[in-house]
Design a protein around this ligand. Structure first.
Ligand SMILES: CC(C)[C@H](C(=O)O)[C@@H](O)C(=O)O
Ligand code: SF4
Length: 469
């Protein structure tokens, strides 16, 4: 029978099928771990005297609570508070005790969990991947079935390497045509969520497909899959192809030699068969996508920046517009900006930093605007510095920081002040997400950089020509 990509990966991992009263038992190939959602799970294991089932299938990093300013002369790191420091120390202790590979301080591979896993080649097509983190959907860009799990489930996976799961429905999002020049993956996913809504994917695994998706780089595919959860989806998937294989080849954890050829042959079968049926299908015309931003307090309140903000349809939307000080009938373009954040697992990879640097080269961040550029990993930091991107940022007046989640979640010392408007390349614009009372406008790295220069939300297409540095 013709199968979808999701069904192929699902079927290959079912240990016991679901029944009316029990979910399926699913085998987990890779379990990613960070300091925020793992402490309780490790404690539970310790209390029950349990061991890790497959420590070799776990990989841990430090990202959420880590400061992005360097350690002081005494070697002390400037943690936001005692809790942040305790989370980090706890993960160090837990990994040492249970024998988990931790890419912590001092590791040249440390990074935001959804950036460092793919970089190491640990994320591979056809795998099941879990992490106590909602943006695990990022790894679906490789054709892996990857989803966030709760802390209790983190404990289950640690002890059994399996997870109880109900089979999701499938939603195909076909993106036809080409994205216009100066419009990228972030604009596309904001546009998609704007179209289908924050609950548009609920109960489903989304498969993104079509010409516009096939044309995306791996980094761009990760940006798209990353935000699947913001449309309520369980996961996002893109079928692996030559772009995927080329990106993975030679990475430390990728298969090598003959094993590589075998793997690629296997991965090539990971496509939705002709005639396979999805539970739902949506079509998006890529040529209609424009630089897109959010105007409210969830990622579904997204619109082309030059289009008027729609009137509130209910009390919640009214509250969102009030909080954002956004005016119905007026476009977001031109809104004064206080802070610009380039970073997060959505947009902190080398290509994102290049995109921002392209706009900033030879230009300056507007007077009174604070701009923070935070690479997603040590590897991104190294690559960016090798290309001199950090000089572009600092010469423009932006701050160049150490890798971490940073102002995406504001639990590590990086946050905006009450009332400040932040143009941010991250994925969540909830009230207070980037600091108490701070207002978040989600955007692409190019839009973020253009807005930093203009001091107002600006169209990056006006900054495509570089000025002499
Ligand atoms: C801290 C963590 C549990 C959380 C998540 O699950 O996504 C965070 O990464 C986020 O982006 O809000
Ligand atoms: S960068 Fe933001 S969205 Fe991504 S894992 Fe960290 S806190 Fe979550």
């Amino acid at each position: 029978m013709a199968k979808t990509l999701f069904e192929k990966v699902w079927d290959a991992h079912v240990v016991a099928p679901e029944s009316a009263d029990t979910p399926a038992i699913l085998y987990v190939d890779l379990h990613l771990v960070h300091e925020v959602t793992s402490p309780q799970a490790f404690s539970e294991l310790r209390e029950r005297g349990l061991k890790l089932r497959r420590p070799d299938r776990m990989l841990a990093t430090l990202d959420h609570s880590t400061p992005t300013l360097p350690a002081g002369p005494d070697g002390e790191r400037p943690y936001a508070n005692a809790e942040a420091k305790a989370q980090v120390t706890q993960l160090e202790t837990n990994c040492a005790e249970f024998g988990v590979e931790l890419h912590g301080w001092g590791s040249s591979d440390r990074g935001v969990v959804h950036v460092f896993g793919p970089e190491l080649g640990a994320t591979q097509p056809g795998m099941t991947i879990v992490c106590g983190d909602s943006h695990t959907s990022t790894h679906g860009a490789f054709g892996a079935l990857a989803f966030g799990i709760g802390t209790t489930e983190v404990g289950h996976v640690m002890a059994t390497q399996c997870l109880l799961q109900r089979k999701a429905k499938t939603l195909a999002i076909h993106v036809d045509g080409h994205l216009p020049a100066g419009v990228g993956a972030k604009d596309l996913i904001l546009h998609i969520i704007g179209e289908i809504g924050v609950d548009g994917g609920t109960g489903h695994v989304i498969e993104y497909r079509g010409d516009a998706i096939e044309q995306l780089s791996m980094e761009e595919r990760m940006t798209v899959c990353n935000m699947s959860i913001e449309a309520g989806a369980r996961a996002g998937l893109i079928a692996p192809d030559e772009t995927t294989f080329a990106w993975l080849k030679g990475r430390p954890r990728a298969p090598q030699g003959a094993a590589w050829d075998e793997a690629v042959a296997r991965w090539k079968s990971l496509r939705t068969d002709d005639g396979a049926e999805y539970d739902r299908e949506v079509r998006i015309d890529a040529s209609k996508v424009r630089p897109t931003v959010t105007y409210g307090t969830h990622p579904g309140m997204a619109i082309a920046m030059d289009k008027p903000v729609p009137a509130a349809r209910n009390a919640q939307e009214k509250r969102a517009l009030d909080y954002m000080k956004a005016e119905a009938g007026k476009p977001m373009q031109g809104t004064p900006v206080d802070v610009v954040f380039v970073g997060s697992c959505t947009n902190s990879r080398l290509s994102d930093l290049r995109e921002a640097a392209h706009v900033l080269r030879g230009r300056r961040v507007a007077e009174g605007v604070r701009m923070l550029v935070v690479p997603g990993s040590e590897a991104v930091r190294r690559d960016a510095e090798r290309e001199g991107l950090h000089h572009v940022f600092t010469a423009a007046g932006a701050e160049w920081r150490e890798p971490g989640c940073s102002m995406c979640i504001a639990m590590n010392g990086d946050f905006a002040q009450p009332g400040q408007l932040v143009v941010s390349t991250s994925n969540r614009n909830f009230e207070g997400r980037q600091g108490k009372g701070a207002r978040t406008v989600l955007a692409s790295p190019a839009t973020a950089a253009a807005s930093a220069v203009a001091g107002r939300i600006a169209d990056p297409r006006e900054y495509l020509t570089e000025v002499a540095a």
